[in-house]
Structure formats: C-alpha cells, structure tokens
Ligand binder design. Structure first.
Ligand SMILES: [Zn+2]
Length: 391
C-alpha cells in the first residue's frame, strides 16, 4: 500500500498558494492566510473521510475512527515564520491526511482511531510557541499564552475543548530536517532519537576602556579580545565534548562600541544545545573553568530539557523505511517541534526528510518531491506497524 504522491504534491502546493507572497510563505497564526489555510486543511480532512474539530484556538483536528477507542495521533503545524518556506510543518499535516486518505481508499480500518492534527502557533511568532499542541495534550499553556490569547478571541473554554479525546498510545510527526545532514550524507529518512536540550546564558566580560591611540598593547585590558578567545574556544570545545553538540554566541554588545576606544565591557549570549543534558553541563563547566576569572556575570535566561523519542516508535520508523528500500539514519533534532508537547503525554516519534542544502525558515526551503513521497510512505507504514502492536 502506497500513498498517492501526485495528490500530496498537488495539495501541498495548493496550501502554499493560500499563503504565498513575494517574500515567501506568510502564514502567521491568526492571520487571514492562516484561517484560509485552516479551511483548506479541514476540507482535505473531510475528503479523506475524517470528522473535524476546530475552534478559535486554531487547531484543526481530524479523526478517523478505528475498531477501538485507543488513539494514534499524526500531525504538525501550518503556521509559518515571516517569509518562510512551504514544507516546514505543512508537510507533516498534509502527509498525515494523505496517509489516512490512502487507508480509506483501501477500505482498511485500524485497531486504533487516528487523529490528524494541524496544531496552531508552533513557531511562536505571534504569541509563544507550541500553543496548539500544548492545548491538544492538555498541558498548561505558558503565562504569556494565557495572557495574550484573548486578543485573538481565544477563551479558556476553547483551550479546554482542544484536548485530545481518548487515550493516546503513540504520536508520529513527519517534518523536514531543517539541517543539512541527510542531504549531505545522501540518506532518505531521519529517525529522530531526541529533540535536544538547550541552555541559554547571558554573560559579561569586563576589561578597561581606554584611549585606542595612547594605550600600548601590553598595557591593555581589552574585554572584546577576551570574549573573542572564549568564542573561538567554544567552537573547538563543542565537538570535543559531544559530536552532536552545538554552541553559539549569537548576540553581542560591546561597550562603548567606539572605533577609537579599547572595549571596556562585552555582554553576549551563550547558547548550548545537545541531546544529553550532561554534555551541556560539562561544556558549561569547562568554559567556566577556563574563563571564569574573566566572566564577571553569568545568568541562565532560558532552558529546555531534552525529549527522547520512544524506542518502539523509532523501530517502527526504521523498519518502515527499510521495507520501502530507503536508507535511514538515527539522528537528534536540533530544532524544537510540536512533538515536545506530545512527548509529555504519549510515546512519541519523528520522521525527517532531507532539506535541500539544509535551508529552512526561508523561501529557499526545498525538499524534493520524491523525498516528500518517501516521508509520507514511511509515515503510513510506521502507523500500520504501531497499530499492529496494540498498546
Ligand atoms: Zn516546523
């Protein structure tokens, strides 16, 4: 049994056309393009034989009844970043609809009921990320989400009504990789092992501001030179601690930031991401050991734990890929996804397909149609395998 690749391509293109602008795909949550797209997703779910639930929060959830009440959910998001691409999120939603459509055409009823979800506000551009999937999972919304949702007409009753009905056994999310590993290595499918943890710090290094002409090099205490050494060291340290770890200094403020003054103070962000929280801790401790004398302040400003994918679901995805003759690789996800919500209430899994050149959150984002089709077939086959396992 295989999905209909040309129908999926047609539907993904039609969905993109509803939000296409000169700069790229613009489907910010609660925009006109967003609601138009929700209508389209609902229509496609109905054509695939599902009943559909919707409300002001912006989730679109289709259900295909199974023989029993236990559920498997497949889904992703349709909201985009400003000037985004056509595959981020939309692929996982439309491929899940296509998988259900295929089941219906084959006249196959599963043991599990299947939900297909388009979760609202994953990107967090409008309010704050993962809002739709948190509500679906019955998890508490973030304070900023509760505070701002009223501006968009979302009530607490809407949030409560989004909650999944029936016990959830598994979740599956198909998504573009958004990195360049599958494309570079020539692999067809990524079997996600974990969504990686991250910690973000705000740090400060002090020096002594002074005249750039009269202060000889050996008498300088240049804060930016010290910060530069730390940044270079981080780029060496990350792969030494953990091959999958990434460390980024992405924001930096120099004081006084003048051409003719030795920098007196540097404030910068240090972001560490890895699948193992222990790797983040080890790298941070190493940085503090080497540069602690120069760092005058360090403050943890944000952290996110790692979310491990379920081994049974990973195996179902790997087996599904192998049965289709596809080359797969087990890999962590460096980006956050709705599956972070699902991982707190059910046994989660994620399937990646290659992003050409590793580009996403950009109008240049592209995935070959063959890979789109492969991903949807793996999604369908993984669903069938999990359904056969029962609980
Ligand atoms: Zn996404």
């Amino acid at each position: 049994m295989e999905i209909n690749g040309s129908r999926l391509q047609k539907d993904l293109t039609a969905l993109a056309d509803l939000a296409r602008t000169e700069g790229g795909i613009n489907r910010l949550t609660y925009s006109d393009a967003f609601w138009r797209s929700c209508d389209f997703v609902e229509q496609k779910m109905r054509e695939a034989g599902m009943t559909v639930r919707r409300n002001a929060l912006g989730n679109v959830v289709g259900t295909l009844p199974g023989k029993g009440p236990r559920k498997i959910v497949m889904g992703s998001h349709i909201d985009s970043v400003p000037n985004g691409g056509m595959f981020d999120g939309c692929l996982g939603v439309m491929a899940a609809i296509e998988a259900v459509h295929t089941l219906r055409e084959q006249g196959l009823q599963l043991e599990h009921s299947v939900d297909v979800a388009a979760w609202a506000e994953e990107e967090g551009v409008v309010i704050s990320g993962l809002m739709g999937s948190l509500a679906y999972c019955g998890l508490p919304l973030r304070p900023v989400q509760l505070e701002k949702m009223g501006q968009y007409g979302v009530t607490e009753a809407d949030v409560a009504a989004c909650r999944a009905e029936g016990p959830l056994d598994y979740s599956l999310e198909l998504h573009i990789e958004q990195g360049g590993i599958l494309d570079a290595e020539g692999d067809d499918i990524g079997v996600v092992s974990a969504i990686i943890a991250q910690k973000r710090y705000q740090m400060e290094i002090d020096g002594c501001a002074n005249h750039a002409g009269t202060t000889p090099m050996y008498l300088r205490d240049d804060a930016l030179v010290k910060a530069a050494k730390l940044i270079v060291r981080c780029s060496e340290l990350a792969p030494q601690v953990d091959p999958n770890m990434v460390i980024t200094v992405g924001h930096i403020e120099v004081t006084p930031n003048a051409m003719n003054v030795v920098p007196g103070r540097v404030r910068f962000t240090l972001e560490l991401r890895a699948a193992e929280e222990a790797s983040i801790q080890a790298a941070y401790e190493q940085i503090m050991e080497e540069f602690g004398a120069e760092i005058v302040s360090t403050q943890l400003i944000q952290q996110e734990r790692a979310y491990r994918m379920d081994p049974t679901v990973m195996e179902a995805i790997s087996d599904a890929a192998a049965s289709l003759g596809l080359r797969s690789r087990v890999m962590p996800s460096g980006a956050g996804h709705d599956t972070m919500s699902l991982a707190q209430v059910t046994r989660p899994g994620m399937i990646f397909v290659p992003s050409v050149g590793g580009i996403s959150h950009s109008p240049e984002e592209r995935t070959a149609w063959k890979d789109v089709e492969n991903g949807a077939n793996v999604l369908l086959q993984a669903l069938l395998r999990l359904d056969g396992l029962g609980v």
